[in-house]
Design a protein around this ligand. Structure first.
Ligand code: FE2
Length: 204
Protein backbone atom coordinates (compact mmCIF):
# COMPACT_ATOMS: atom_id res chain seq x y z
CA UNK A 1 0.00 0.00 0.00
CA UNK A 2 1.39 3.40 -0.97
CA UNK A 3 2.02 5.68 1.95
CA UNK A 4 1.05 9.29 1.62
CA UNK A 5 3.93 11.74 1.64
CA UNK A 6 3.81 13.98 4.70
CA UNK A 7 3.13 17.64 3.82
CA UNK A 8 6.18 19.86 4.20
CA UNK A 9 4.34 22.27 6.48
CA UNK A 10 1.88 21.51 9.26
CA UNK A 11 -1.70 22.75 9.17
CA UNK A 12 -0.90 25.06 12.08
CA UNK A 13 1.97 26.58 10.07
CA UNK A 14 -0.31 26.97 7.07
CA UNK A 15 -2.88 28.83 9.20
CA UNK A 16 -0.18 31.06 10.69
CA UNK A 17 1.24 31.88 7.27
CA UNK A 18 -2.21 32.64 5.85
CA UNK A 19 -2.19 35.90 7.82
CA UNK A 20 0.84 37.07 5.80
CA UNK A 21 -1.47 38.30 3.04
CA UNK A 22 -2.81 40.82 5.57
CA UNK A 23 0.73 42.04 6.25
CA UNK A 24 1.36 42.47 2.50
CA UNK A 25 -1.90 44.45 2.30
CA UNK A 26 -0.37 46.85 4.84
CA UNK A 27 2.68 47.27 2.56
CA UNK A 28 0.35 48.14 -0.34
CA UNK A 29 -1.52 50.65 1.84
CA UNK A 30 1.40 52.35 3.61
CA UNK A 31 4.98 51.19 3.08
CA UNK A 32 6.29 53.28 6.02
CA UNK A 33 4.01 51.52 8.52
CA UNK A 34 4.86 48.13 6.98
CA UNK A 35 8.61 48.70 7.44
CA UNK A 36 8.08 50.19 10.92
CA UNK A 37 6.19 47.03 11.98
CA UNK A 38 8.97 44.82 10.64
CA UNK A 39 11.63 46.72 12.63
CA UNK A 40 9.47 46.81 15.78
CA UNK A 41 9.09 43.04 15.55
CA UNK A 42 12.89 42.50 15.66
CA UNK A 43 13.44 44.89 18.56
CA UNK A 44 10.43 43.55 20.50
CA UNK A 45 11.92 40.05 20.27
CA UNK A 46 15.25 41.34 21.65
CA UNK A 47 13.51 43.00 24.61
CA UNK A 48 11.29 39.95 25.13
CA UNK A 49 14.34 37.68 25.29
CA UNK A 50 16.01 39.99 27.82
CA UNK A 51 12.83 39.84 29.92
CA UNK A 52 12.99 36.03 29.98
CA UNK A 53 9.87 35.31 27.92
CA UNK A 54 9.25 31.69 26.89
CA UNK A 55 9.58 30.64 23.25
CA UNK A 56 5.78 30.67 22.85
CA UNK A 57 5.53 34.14 24.42
CA UNK A 58 8.31 35.38 22.12
CA UNK A 59 6.52 34.01 19.06
CA UNK A 60 3.26 35.71 20.06
CA UNK A 61 5.14 38.95 20.80
CA UNK A 62 6.86 38.90 17.41
CA UNK A 63 3.64 38.35 15.48
CA UNK A 64 1.76 40.95 17.56
CA UNK A 65 4.56 43.41 16.79
CA UNK A 66 4.33 42.75 13.04
CA UNK A 67 0.59 43.37 13.11
CA UNK A 68 0.33 46.01 15.86
CA UNK A 69 -0.55 48.81 13.42
CA UNK A 70 -2.54 46.67 10.95
CA UNK A 71 -5.65 48.69 11.90
CA UNK A 72 -4.13 51.65 10.03
CA UNK A 73 -5.45 49.93 6.89
CA UNK A 74 -8.82 51.33 8.00
CA UNK A 75 -7.66 54.93 8.54
CA UNK A 76 -8.48 57.36 5.68
CA UNK A 77 -5.58 58.57 3.48
CA UNK A 78 -6.26 62.17 4.51
CA UNK A 79 -5.27 61.21 8.07
CA UNK A 80 -2.85 58.30 7.61
CA UNK A 81 -0.77 60.01 4.94
CA UNK A 82 -1.22 63.64 6.05
CA UNK A 83 2.12 65.47 5.62
CA UNK A 84 1.66 67.45 8.83
CA UNK A 85 0.44 67.35 12.42
CA UNK A 86 -3.06 65.96 13.00
CA UNK A 87 -5.86 68.13 14.41
CA UNK A 88 -8.10 66.87 17.24
CA UNK A 89 -10.67 65.31 14.92
CA UNK A 90 -7.98 63.55 12.88
CA UNK A 91 -6.32 62.27 16.08
CA UNK A 92 -9.64 60.81 17.20
CA UNK A 93 -9.77 58.85 13.92
CA UNK A 94 -6.13 57.75 14.17
CA UNK A 95 -6.68 56.52 17.73
CA UNK A 96 -9.18 53.99 16.40
CA UNK A 97 -6.40 51.89 14.81
CA UNK A 98 -5.79 49.55 17.79
CA UNK A 99 -9.48 48.55 17.87
CA UNK A 100 -9.61 48.19 14.08
CA UNK A 101 -6.44 46.09 14.24
CA UNK A 102 -7.88 43.87 16.94
CA UNK A 103 -10.95 43.22 14.77
CA UNK A 104 -8.87 42.47 11.68
CA UNK A 105 -6.51 40.05 13.38
CA UNK A 106 -9.23 38.31 15.38
CA UNK A 107 -10.75 37.32 12.05
CA UNK A 108 -7.61 35.72 10.61
CA UNK A 109 -7.16 31.96 10.79
CA UNK A 110 -4.07 32.33 12.95
CA UNK A 111 -4.14 29.65 15.70
CA UNK A 112 -3.55 32.34 18.36
CA UNK A 113 -5.73 35.02 16.74
CA UNK A 114 -7.58 35.98 19.95
CA UNK A 115 -4.41 36.40 22.04
CA UNK A 116 -2.61 38.41 19.36
CA UNK A 117 -5.73 40.54 18.78
CA UNK A 118 -5.84 41.41 22.51
CA UNK A 119 -2.17 42.47 22.48
CA UNK A 120 -2.82 44.64 19.40
CA UNK A 121 -5.83 46.30 21.07
CA UNK A 122 -3.75 47.43 24.03
CA UNK A 123 -0.47 48.54 22.41
CA UNK A 124 -1.21 52.25 23.15
CA UNK A 125 -2.25 51.79 26.79
CA UNK A 126 0.02 53.77 29.15
CA UNK A 127 1.32 52.42 32.46
CA UNK A 128 -0.42 55.23 34.38
CA UNK A 129 -3.79 54.60 32.70
CA UNK A 130 -3.68 57.62 30.38
CA UNK A 131 -3.51 55.62 27.13
CA UNK A 132 -6.16 54.21 24.82
CA UNK A 133 -8.55 52.60 23.98
CA UNK A 134 -9.48 51.24 27.45
CA UNK A 135 -7.30 53.31 29.84
CA UNK A 136 -5.86 50.11 31.32
CA UNK A 137 -2.97 50.64 33.76
CA UNK A 138 -0.04 48.73 35.25
CA UNK A 139 -0.08 44.96 34.91
CA UNK A 140 -3.67 44.99 33.67
CA UNK A 141 -2.04 45.81 30.33
CA UNK A 142 -0.82 42.61 28.64
CA UNK A 143 2.96 42.21 29.05
CA UNK A 144 3.50 42.02 25.27
CA UNK A 145 1.54 45.28 24.81
CA UNK A 146 3.76 46.99 27.42
CA UNK A 147 6.86 45.78 25.55
CA UNK A 148 5.41 47.02 22.25
CA UNK A 149 4.74 50.50 23.63
CA UNK A 150 8.45 50.91 24.41
CA UNK A 151 9.96 49.59 21.17
CA UNK A 152 7.24 51.22 19.06
CA UNK A 153 8.04 54.60 20.62
CA UNK A 154 11.78 54.22 20.08
CA UNK A 155 11.38 53.28 16.41
CA UNK A 156 8.80 56.00 15.70
CA UNK A 157 11.03 58.69 17.16
CA UNK A 158 14.15 57.43 15.36
CA UNK A 159 12.67 57.64 11.86
CA UNK A 160 12.00 60.72 9.75
CA UNK A 161 8.42 61.60 8.90
CA UNK A 162 7.08 64.42 6.70
CA UNK A 163 6.45 66.47 9.89
CA UNK A 164 9.56 65.61 11.96
CA UNK A 165 13.17 64.55 11.51
CA UNK A 166 14.41 61.33 13.06
CA UNK A 167 15.80 62.00 16.53
CA UNK A 168 19.20 60.87 17.79
CA UNK A 169 19.57 58.06 20.32
CA UNK A 170 20.35 60.48 23.16
CA UNK A 171 17.36 62.71 22.30
CA UNK A 172 15.03 59.69 22.26
CA UNK A 173 16.35 58.33 25.56
CA UNK A 174 15.93 61.74 27.21
CA UNK A 175 12.25 61.78 26.18
CA UNK A 176 11.73 58.16 27.21
CA UNK A 177 13.40 58.65 30.60
CA UNK A 178 10.92 61.46 31.31
CA UNK A 179 8.06 59.09 30.40
CA UNK A 180 9.26 56.19 32.57
CA UNK A 181 6.49 55.02 34.88
CA UNK A 182 4.03 57.38 33.14
CA UNK A 183 3.82 55.91 29.65
CA UNK A 184 6.14 52.95 30.10
CA UNK A 185 6.46 50.09 32.57
CA UNK A 186 9.55 51.10 34.63
CA UNK A 187 10.82 47.52 35.05
CA UNK A 188 10.62 46.83 31.32
CA UNK A 189 12.12 50.21 30.51
CA UNK A 190 15.19 49.44 32.66
CA UNK A 191 15.65 46.25 30.59
CA UNK A 192 15.17 48.25 27.39
CA UNK A 193 18.03 50.60 28.33
CA UNK A 194 20.37 47.56 28.43
CA UNK A 195 18.94 46.03 25.25
CA UNK A 196 19.03 49.12 23.04
CA UNK A 197 22.63 49.94 24.05
CA UNK A 198 23.82 46.83 22.20
CA UNK A 199 21.09 46.48 19.57
CA UNK A 200 21.47 46.88 15.81
CA UNK A 201 18.29 48.99 16.08
CA UNK A 202 20.11 51.68 18.11
CA UNK A 203 20.38 54.89 16.09
CA UNK A 204 23.40 57.21 16.21
FE1 FE2 B 1 0.03 52.05 16.90
Amino acid sequence: MATEKAPSTSYATYLAESSEALFIALDERDNYTYQHCDRVSLLARELGMACGLSQQELDLLAISARFHDIGKIGIPDSVLLKPGALDAEEWALMKMHPVKGERLFRNTLHPHAAEVARIIRHHHECFNGSGYPDQLSGEDIPLASRILLIVDGYDAMSTSRPYHHGRSHSEIMEIMLAEEGQKTDPTLFRQFIQVIANSAARVA
